[in-house]
Design a protein around this ligand. Structure first.
Ligand code: ZN
Length: 276
């Protein structure tokens, strides 16, 4: 009996001890899990605001703010997000491409050309308006013809080199000849003729491309009316410093009707239009 009683007490004590031990273990486990979870939670909540702040700063274009971001993986996201819309905004419309001594035509530039006869080609998108302009010019009793249109880079290179050689023959140094030639014939890669959007028009009654063209009835009509068809006199007499090219009262450039009208009415050149 004693043995049984002893055993019962002993059993109860053992059971109690086990229960306490389990309770302690469970409590400790809870505490550990709670601590671990709270650490993770704090880490996440700290990282998110830091990313947001950096993203805002990055969008204001300050690249020096990047090192403040602690999350290496997040950095690439932060850098890429603001760049996408900027790239899209900077893509120029086809009719507003700028080619001048300071702006070369992109190397990957391509254009769908259309043969307009006489050995000339232009951007297919301007053919209808160009034909209409030339047709109306003739209907007004004038006679003129297109004497230059789209040029390949090779063609432009040949024309430029010929011009340089002419200045050399006049006694100019190589450097001065290159500079002077560039004011009459655009350096290869910077000529509007390489875009397919420019044409030179010559009066049938004055077969020289010099300042005298402006006095012909044909050029007078074009200067007054070309904007109605989306063309501008690209190199006006008083804008050479902005265009980089001397006065050419025969070179017309397609920019579209709305843009041409604004340029005509304001008396500005294409570079000024793009600056506003
Ligand atoms: Zn030209």
């Amino acid at each position: 009996m004693k043995r049984e009683g002893f055993n019962k007490n002993d059993y109860n004590k053992t059971l109690l001890t086990v229960l306490i031990a389990i309770t302690v273990v469970v409590c400790v486990a809870f505490v550990v899990v709670a601590v671990v979870l709270s650490d993770k939670g704090e880490g996440t909540s700290e990282k998110n605001p830091s990313v947001k702040v950096s993203a805002e700063e990055q969008s204001e274009s300050n690249e020096t703010e990047i090192p403040e971001n602690n999350g290496m993986e997040k950095e690439s996201e932060v850098i890429q997000e603001p760049e996408v819309p900027e790239t899209e905004e900077k893509t120029p419309e086809w009719n507003l491409i700028l080619a001048n001594p300071w702006n070369s035509i992109p190397e990957d530039f391509t254009v769908e050309l259309c043969d307009i006869g006489g050995g000339h080609k232009v951007d297919a998108r301007i053919v209808d308006e160009l034909n209409q302009m030339m047709s109306d010019l003739r209907a007004a009793g004038h006679s003129a013809f297109i004497c230059s249109s789209y040029r390949t880079n090779d063609k432009q290179t040949t024309l430029y080199n010929n011009e340089v050689n002419e200045y050399r023959a006049m006694g100019y140094s190589d450097e001065d000849a290159a500079v002077e030639a560039g004011k009459w014939v655009a350096f290869p890669g910077t000529s509007e003729h390489q875009t397919g959007l420019a044409i030179d028009i010559m009066s049938s009654y004055y077969l020289v491309l010099d300042k005298g063209q402006e006095d012909t009835a044909e050029q007078q009509w074009l200067m007054e009316n070309s904007y109605k068809y989306g063309f501008i006199l690209r190199y006006p007499s008083d804008k050479s410093e902005l265009t980089g090219i001397y006065y050419e009262p025969w070179h017309y450039r397609y920019v579209g009707k709305d843009v041409a009208k604004e340029i005509y009415e304001k008396g500005i050149c294409f570079e000024e239009y793009l600056m506003y």
